[in-house]
Design a protein around this ligand. Structure first.
Ligand code: UTP
Length: 287
């Protein structure tokens, strides 16, 4: 049973400057909801009850978003805005959310290492705070939990990417043992195109076991001089097994401008109050 999740959200967001100069990329809205709220909803609706967010300088807005705002609630109550009031209360009641500060931005592996004491001896989920993963088969974290139940080891979500773009991602190689489920035999962070073992890219969702912390401790800095989670996982799978789930659906990296725009269009088109006008606008743009 996986109850705990870690949401790394300390990264700079340099790909989205100047918007991220003083506000966290995780607070960028997709239609009217910050991306990190979609991520928390995915975790909670998959069964997670306890969340640790890894944050850093300039990320206080995330804490405030999940905290109660009595002033706002009182104001909404006085104006009789019951629907908005219920929405605001629901945000702060979603789960037990804790925050820890990553002192220096040393990479995703370093960010995850801050969760050591919080997760203790339990397996846990990791969901990147700037990425939405959408699947017609339900939340991807929930789907991964089923794979974990079967194999009791590390699970990563993967998606097929254009072979020309493998150098942007962590890439796995492995054998497909059942529909969409792979037994991983290797992992490599941001490989050059001709050195990539496949085009299956790790898609921002992980289930890790507590043994990962010892491997992170022993992992030297890798690509971009950062402590890469993929490198620690690679060391771990040399002595234990790991699985990947090629989910049906798509990942939207909101820290990337195109991902942000695509997600806004997609989620906007799913909204009854927006879809007709948005469709007409897209047709108009397409000429
Ligand atoms: P990214 O690769 O998106 O890096 O991190 P970044 O620094 O956030 O963004 P750019 O590249 O400067 O635009 C992937 C995830 O890991 C978290 C980020 O917050 C994001 O969710 N992260 C990364 C940390 O929490 N700490 C780090 O030191 C690095």
């Amino acid at each position: 049973m996986i109850r705990k999740a870690v949401i790394p959200a300390a990264g700079f967001g340099t790909r989205f400057l100047p918007a991220t100069k003083s506000s966290p990329k995780e607070m960028l809205p997709i239609v009217d909801k910050p991306v990190i709220q979609y991520v928390v909803e995915e975790a909670v609706e998959s069964g997670i009850t306890d969340i640790l967010m890894i944050i850093g300088k300039g990320k206080r807005a995330i804490e405030e978003h999940f905290d109660r705002s009595f002033e706002l609630e009182n104001g909404l109550a006085e104006k009789g805005k019951e629907e908005e009031l219920a929405l605001m209360k629901a945000i702060s009641n979603m789960a037990n959310i804790h925050f820890v500060w990553q002192k220096e931005l040393n990479g995703l592996g370093d960010a995850v290492s801050y969760a050591r004491h919080h997760v203790a001896n339990e397996p846990f989920a990791v969901l990147l705070g700037d990425t939405i993963v959408k699947s017609p088969d339900g939340h991807v974290t929930g789907q991964m939990m089923k794979v974990y139940d079967e194999y009791q080891d590390t699970v990563v979500a993967v998606e097929e990417v254009d072979p020309q773009r493998v150098s942007r991602y962590g890439i796995i190689s492995g054998k497909e043992i059942s529909d969409g489920v792979y037994e991983i035999d290797d992992l490599v962070e941001k490989p050059e195109i001709d050195k990539a073992p496949s085009n299956l890219a790790i898609a921002s969702r992980y289930i890790l076991t507590p043994e990962i912390f010892d491997f992170i401790d022993k992992t030297p800095r890798g690509v971009n001089n950062e402590l890469q989670l993929t490198d620690a996982m690679k060391a771990q799978i040399a002595s234990s097994s790991a699985h990947a789930l090629r989910f049906n659906g798509k990942r939207y990296d909101i820290g990337n401008k195109l991902g942000f725009i695509k997600a806004n269009l997609l989620f906007g088109l799913e909204r009854d109050d927006l879809k007709d006008e948005l469709t007409a606008f897209i047709k108009e743009l397409a000429g």
